[in-house]
Design a binder for this molecule. Structure first.
Ligand SMILES: *Cc1c(COP(=O)(O)O)cnc(C)c1O
Length: 444
């Protein structure tokens, strides 16, 4: 596998772009080596500028749940672009996508679009504080809510990968109202509420944290978070930027049967274009400007081309059910070609194969999976939180990553990122991946 053209482009990129990339994890620093440059992606595959082909489990960090360049999304984007790429005036597609989100996610009565997940999280925190007239926010270590100043404390994703979970340039005063607790430990949450009576505006959580690898909520944990927040007059905020429309049509909240007060979305709802959103109970959402006192805005928010991509993605994912005449969405089991059943099927195939590969190679691996999200931690102990995740052998991960890349399998270039499966992945793709993993693991 040659990377001559990628290497040349990266040398050029380093001259003009800090670190050569526009988002830090892309730079491969956690695994060594240099990133490759991609100029084409289709279905489960990406092709780099040197002509190498990879089965992609990063999927543009989650959005490409239908695979890359899905024909319906491409057609929708082209059609929308022909009519103008931005108006800054209300457009009908904003209403369509908002209605779809409200129908698919039962806790969401109203929704405001942004251009990124970061913006959605930034705004949701402001809204929670404005609505409750309280300042403090609880977050969990290893959870990532975009690069929002007040939430960039013990954050996951790139912040964690590079060992700067607390970023330079964030004044201590900006995070003094942020309480950081360990995930999956409800006693810590109860203690925080006890010590900060009537001061906590809300608890923001990735219901299934996917920015420090991937770990699942312990049975009852999310229910307890719901109970404790409600009992204390605080808002429960689900950051579903990664899990929304991925773990189920209604996100992790549908999968686990929890009703948060507010939610953030991004990734999948943009169909590969820059979209974020915050939504929730109408009574809270109406606190946003122009009707309410909490300011929030965006030049490109609700952009028609981005809305078209999001609408096409959600229509395809839910079998157009959300646009049905009676306005009702039939439950998953009543429809034949269910995307989520398919993703679950592929996920369990990958899980079984990867566990087998690790076992036969004698390499201790914790393969965590929830639907079409997964992470292979190189450790012998179960991973339920950030502290557990940090015990994994990162040198082993590096070798595994490069071994898989050489086999034409692209995984996220960090131990602390989740992998994703799309509906465009085939059984043959999974089989190829598992076989490659078996070979690579024997060399670790
Ligand atoms: C990706 C992500 C974000 C940030 O979204 P951007 O679009 O990258 O700004 C926020 N929260 C979670 C849970 C994410 O996975």
């Amino acid at each position: 596998m040659t990377h001559a053209k990628s290497d040349q482009l990266f040398a050029e990129a380093l001259k003009y772009i800090p670190g050569g990339v526009n988002s830090p994890v892309r730079a491969f620093r956690a695994v060594g080596g240099q990133p490759f440059f991609v100029n084409k992606a289709k279905g489960s595959r990406v092709w780099d500028v040197d002509g190498n082909e990879y089965i992609d489990y990063v999927l543009t960090w989650g959005p490409a749940i239908l695979g890359h360049a899905h024909p319906k999304i491409i057609a929708a984007v082209k059609a929308a672009a022909e009519d103008g790429t931005s108006f800054g005036i209300p457009n009908p597609r904003e209403v369509t996508l908002a209605r779809m989100i409200c129908k698919l996610v039962p806790s969401v009565q109203k929704v405001r679009m942004t251009s990124s997940g970061t913006e959605a999280c930034m705004s949701v925190i402001r809204l929670a504080r404005g609505f409750t007239r309280r300042d403090k926010i609880v977050k969990f270590d290893g959870c990532y809510h975009g690069h929002v100043d007040s939430l960039l404390v013990k954050a996951g994703s790139g912040a964690l990968t590079f060992g700067h979970p607390d970023s330079a340039g964030v004044p201590a005063a900006f995070t003094q109202h942020t309480l950081v607790l360990p995930y999956n430990d409800i006693d810590a949450v109860k203690a925080a509420f006890g010590a900060n009576k009537d001061q906590i505006a809300g608890v923001i959580v990735e219901p299934v944290p996917g920015n420090a690898g991937l770990y699942l909520p312990k049975p009852g944990y999310l229910e307890s978070l719901r109970g404790v927040t409600r009992a204390n007059g605080a808002l429960l905020i689900f950051d579903e930027v990664m899990t929304g429309f991925r773990l189920a049509r209604g996100g992790a909240q549908e999968r686990f049967g929890i009703t948060p007060d507010l939610s953030c979305f991004g990734k999948v709802i943009g169909g590969g274009l820059p979209v974020g959103a915050l939504g929730g109970r109408a009574e809270i959402m109406d606190y946003l400007a122009p009707g309410g006192p909490v300011y929030q805005a965006g030049t490109l928010s609700g952009n028609p081309v981005a809305m078209a991509a999001g609408i096409a993605a959600l229509e395809e994912l839910s079998g157009r059910a959300c646009e049905s005449a009676d306005g009702k969405v039939p439950p998953s089991h009543e429809r034949s070609q269910d995307s989520y059943a398919r993703l679950e099927q592929l996920g369990s195939l990958l899980e079984a194969g990867m566990r087998d590969a690790a076992r036969s190679a004698g390499v201790p691996v914790q393969f965590n999976r929830c639907g079409s999200m997964f992470c292979a931690y190189f450790t012998g102990d179960p991973v339920h939180n950030l502290a557990d995740a940090m015990k994994s052998d990162r040198d082993r991960f590096k070798k595994y990553f490069h071994g898989m890349l050489n086999e034409g399998i692209y995984l996220a270039p960090s131990q602390f990122e989740a992998g994703f499966i799309s509906t465009a992945h085939s059984e043959a793709d999974i089989e190829k991946t598992v076989k490659a993993a078996a070979r690579v693991m024997r060399t670790l």
